[in-house]
Every structure is written in C-alpha cells, then in structure tokens.
Design a protein around this ligand. Structure first.
Ligand code: 8YV
Length: 311
C-alpha cells in the first residue's frame, strides 16, 4: 500500500480510487495516529479532501510521504511550508472548477439582489394570491461591481458580470490587462466605489480578515457582499454586526468560519443568501477534480512530472 485516502468521497470517486490505487481510506487527519505503524510507513502518497488542518505533525506520522494531492483548488488546510520542509510535494485541482464557482457566485448575487428566496416564499405561502404582487426590488443589470482578487475564478466571475452590463472594478495584487475596468490598489476605495463586492481571494493566513470592517462600512447600507472563497477572508464578526444593524445591505455566502457549524446568527438574518459550500458541487466538476487528483498521484508514483504542483 502506497496510497492513503483521507476524507469523504462520492461513491464514484471512492470506486475510482479503489480501482486505481487499492488504498487505505480514513475519514480525517485525526485518524492517522490510529493506523498501524507499518501501514503508515508504507504511505508514499496521500489523496486529501476536506478542510481540517493537515499539518507537520500529521505529516510526521507518514515517514515515507512524498505527495499530498488535494481535492480542491484551495489548499489552505494543508501546511505547505511544513510539507516543503519535509520534501513533500503538494498538488491541487485548479481551473476545472472555475465555471461552476463563477456560475454560483453570479446566481447567488442575482438571487440576493432580486430577493428570489423571499419572493419564492411569498408565492409558496399563498401571499401572492391573498395579498397580491411581491414587493418591487432592485435592478441587477448595470450595477457597479468590485471583484476582490482577480485570479482564475475572479476573472470568470468578472467576465460573467460584465455581460450584465456592469461597471467593473477590481482589487488584485497588481493591475491586469482589463481595458475599461477600474483597478483599485486600495481595497477600501474599491468597496466605496461599488454596489456589489465579490470576494474571490485565496484562503490562508495571507488573506485572513482581508475584507475588514473598514471595507464593509465603505460598501455601505445598499452594498452586498458575495463570498465564494473561504470564510476566513472576511472579518465575519464585523460582517454579522453590519448585517444585523443594516450598515450593509446584504450578503450571499457559500463559505463561512467553522463550516458546517456556522454561526447561528446567520440563520436569523433575512438579508443573507446561504449556500452550503457547494461552489464546485456538480457531478461533472467533482468528477474532473477527482480525476485530476488521481492523475497527480499516478504521475508521482510513476516518477513523472506532477500536473498541478503548488510547491
Ligand atoms: C472543496 C473548494 O474542495 O476547491 C476548493 O477550494 O473549496 C471546494 O471545491 C470541496 O468542497 C471539497 O472539499
């Protein structure tokens, strides 16, 4: 046995992993210590899925480890510095999920602005027939949007929103070739310039609470925040305060701190669209992510170049 699979996989992925590697499966890094020492010693590659921390002490339980292949583009759960220090390569699954995550981001924003959840509840509860038309809401096309992080996914979101005739603004570490779009080196100035703020940053320590109270206040009472990145990228306490007091108009969130046990204050808010971290959650995309994860492991075990290495 050279491959260890960590995390919860779909039946299709589970079968493909079994066929390809005949691995040992465990639910999370917390189960590593319970494996027999000779099993741990035989592990050269790990397929990892999940958001629990996979740190240096977990890696030290696998002395022959050479690869951690992550199921997901975001690898903030894995301590890449610790991996590199131990000569362990890390791979992820970029690009194959860009369309799905961007589609969901746009759908969540449109749903929030046009109050689709509330309007649906109005119809289902009989109010439409008994009380009449649902209240007027707000025009979506032609708004001003700010993308926080114009990487691969941010760019896909921006391209979709540009098709809604939006005025495009963005923050990124450096200005991009995007004629007609306004670059803001200062994220607070970005937030002040737009109606909608879409967060598409990488996760991890470098972006923790990047969307600050100052940015939230600059966005203002008509402003709406969308987050499809990681819960850590927003100062969640500041966001909840602003949502509860009306200092911000609303939010559409696919990611939270402490998923899936998110702060119950979110459930009491009717100005939040809540999604259960399902940005990449289609059959097609999860299949492509699983394939890329397995292809990285196969390449590693065959001594060939990794497809999508991050260190
Ligand atoms: C998760 C994600 O990987 O790709 C990412 O970074 O957040 C998701 O696609 C997926 O939920 C499996 O854990």
């Amino acid at each position: 046995m050279t491959t260890l699979v960590i995390g919860n996989y779909s039946d299709i992925d589970h079968a493909a992993l079994t066929r390809t590697f005949d691995p040992v499966f465990i639910a999370g890094p917390g189960d590593l210590a319970g494996l027999p020492a000779d099993t741990r010693a035989a592990v050269r590659a790990v397929c990892y899925k999940g958001h629990a921390k996979f740190d240096g002490s977990a890696m030290d339980l696998l002395p022959a480890l050479g690869l951690i292949a992550n199921f997901g583009v975001g690898y903030d759960a894995i301590d890449v510095t610790a991996a590199t220090a131990r000569g362990v390569k890390v791979t992820n699954t970029p690009d194959v999920l860009n369309d799905d995550v961007a589609d969901l981001a746009v759908g969540m924003l449109l749903s929030q602005v046009r109050e689709m959840e509330q309007a649906s509840a109005w119809a289902r509860s009989g109010h439409w027939a008994a009380k009449g038309e649902y209240r007027l809401n707000r025009k979506f096309s032609g708004g001003k949007v700010g993308i926080v992080g114009l990487g691969r996914i941010g760019r896909e979101i921006a391209d979709r929103l540009a098709a809604f005739k939006m005025e495009m603004h963005y923050y990124a570490r450096s200005e991009k070739q995007t004629p007609g779009w306004t670059y803001h080196a200062d994220p607070v100035s970005l937030a002040a310039a737009v109606d909608y703020l879409v967060v598409a940053l990488v996760g991890g320590a470098s972006t923790e609470k990047f969307v600050s109270k100052d940015m939230i206040d600059a966005l203002g009472p008509r402003g709406i925040i969308v987050n499809i990145s990681r819960g850590t990228t927003i100062d969640e306490a500041a966001l909840l305060d602003a949502l509860e007091t009306g200092r911000i108009g609303g939010a559409a969130l696919d990611v939270f701190l402490n998923e899936p046990n998110i702060d119950p204050r979110f459930y009491a808010l009717d100005n939040v669209v809540i999604q259960p971290h399902q940005g990449s959650g289609t059959v097609e995309t999860r299949a492509a992510m699983g394939q890329l994860q397995r292809d990285n492991v196969s390449a590693f075990l065959a001594g060939q170049p990794l497809l999508t290495a991050v260190n």
